[in-house]
Design a protein around this ligand. Structure first.
Ligand code: SF4
Length: 395
């Protein structure tokens, strides 16, 4: 019997869910023993055999390119590497130019599995871009491989109707939300509990949108069913509405916050406001107002949770007055509602309406506020040294 074809999946801190989903597709679509999946946590663990699979976000493209160059230097033309994920889907030509033999766009499914099968069975595949078709139901594949090789957060909703101008998610997964069914969730967690897992987090564009038609308005009965199904399947520690998923401001209600209190272990709720300027929120097509954001933060704090609020600094065209409004809002949220801030720097991501836009520079008062809040542990995500580096790059 021929030796199983090695398929090495590059696993890092940021792509665990993607790699779990890829393994799940391969397990589901291919005969057992056709391939030997290997997880590559250190670059030196890859031995050059078989197929190398990389999945990365745009923010990791530089690291992915340098890893690929190092592997190419070691293995030469023997290297067979494919890239997929957010960045590859948004910029397939640019990703191919990094040196990958194949680039897969869209959601992994039968096309990716067929490439692996062809290689495993010795058939030649021309280099180039593989375009995945359609948007399969989320139930089509389990969120992680049934073999238990990789446990990850459970994706309950895919696709986002909001289409914020800086975000790749709706361009990659579409604007029509697809929810994982309760039956799939029950099966997933019964299997998880049977294999010793007692803890979960969820992946969704809006964690409070599970089960709702637009994934923006909340359906409390659907959220309650999600949480009770998860618990009765044997999961004891549940986190909803916090890392790795946020809640959409207008979906926050006292009823939902009470459900989280009753069923979940989280002490914080995460949400994105992004800017304190109404003009900036309009320009980035955010879809909620500053006032709606503040009302959500207030409700979260009144329910006894720590609000964790995302802001993005450096949007294109931001004025001094816009930045002042953001600073004033942040001070209000921190002082009056005990919020912590999760700060990001704007990056023009390929595939989005703001691709190619120039980030605006941070002014002195904004830098000072970030440094002060980081020093008092009220802000995470950025520190003064990163701002210095960014200033060097943007000068
Ligand atoms: S709501 Fe979130 S996931 Fe949806 S487009 Fe905006 S930033 Fe992206």
């Amino acid at each position: 019997m021929p030796r199983p074809f090695p398929v090495s999946l590059r696993l890092d801190k940021k792509n665990r869910n993607s790699i779990a989903a890829l393994l799940s597709v391969l397990e589901d679509e291919l005969p057992s023993k056709l391939i030997e999946p290997r997880l590559i946590e250190q670059t030196e663990d890859f031995d050059g055999d078989g197929l190398l699979v990389c999945s990365f976000m745009s923010c990791a493209r530089t690291r992915a390119a340098s890893e690929l160059a190092a592997w190419r230097a070691r293995f030469g033309d023997r290297l067979q590497a494919i890239a997929g994920g957010c960045h590859a889907s948004a910029d397939p030509a640019g990703t191919l130019a990094l040196g990958f033999r194949w680039v897969a766009t869209g959601e992994a499914g039968t096309g990716f599995a067929q490439l692996v099968r062809d290689l495993a069975e010795g058939r030649h595949r021309e280099p180039g871009v593989l375009v995945a078709g359609g948007a399969p139901p989320l139930d089509r594949y389990p969120p992680w491989p049934a073999s238990g090789r990789l446990f990850a957060h459970v994706e309950i909703t895919r696709g986002c109707p909001m289409a914020c101008a800086f975000c790749q998610t709706p361009r990659l997964f579409g604007r029509t939300p697809r929810h994982r069914s309760l039956e799939s969730i029950r099966r997933t967690f019964e299997h998880a509990a049977a294999t010793g897992h007692r803890y979960t987090r969820f992946v969704a564009p809006n964690a409070f949108g599970y089960g709702s038609r637009d994934a923006i308005h909340s359906e409390p009965a659907a959220i309650e069913a999600l949480l009770t199904t998860t618990r009765t399947a044997g999961i004891e520690e549940i986190y909803l509405g916090t890392f790795p998923s946020e809640v959409w401001p207008t979906s926050v209600t006292p009823e939902l916050l009470q459900l989280v209190k009753d069923h979940c272990a989280n002490r914080s709720i995460a949400l994105g406001l992004q800017s304190g300027s109404a003009d900036v929120l309009r320009a980035i097509r955010r879809g909620h107002t500053v006032e709606q954001g503040v009302a959500a933060v207030r409700a979260i704090a009144q329910a006894g949770f720590v609000p964790k609020v995302d802001f993005i600094f450096g949007f294109p065209g931001e004025s001094d007055a816009d930045r002042e409004k953001t600073r004033t809002l942040i001070a209000h949220l921190v002082t009056d509602y005990g919020a912590t801030i999760h700060a990001h720097l704007f990056e023009p991501l390929p595939g989005t309406p703001l691709a190619g836009a120039t980030p605006s520079a941070l002014d002195g008062p904004t830098r000072a506020l970030i440094a002060e809040l980081a020093g008092s542990r009220r802000l995470t995500g950025l520190d003064a040294s990163e701002l210095d580096e960014v200033d060097d790059e943007r000068d």
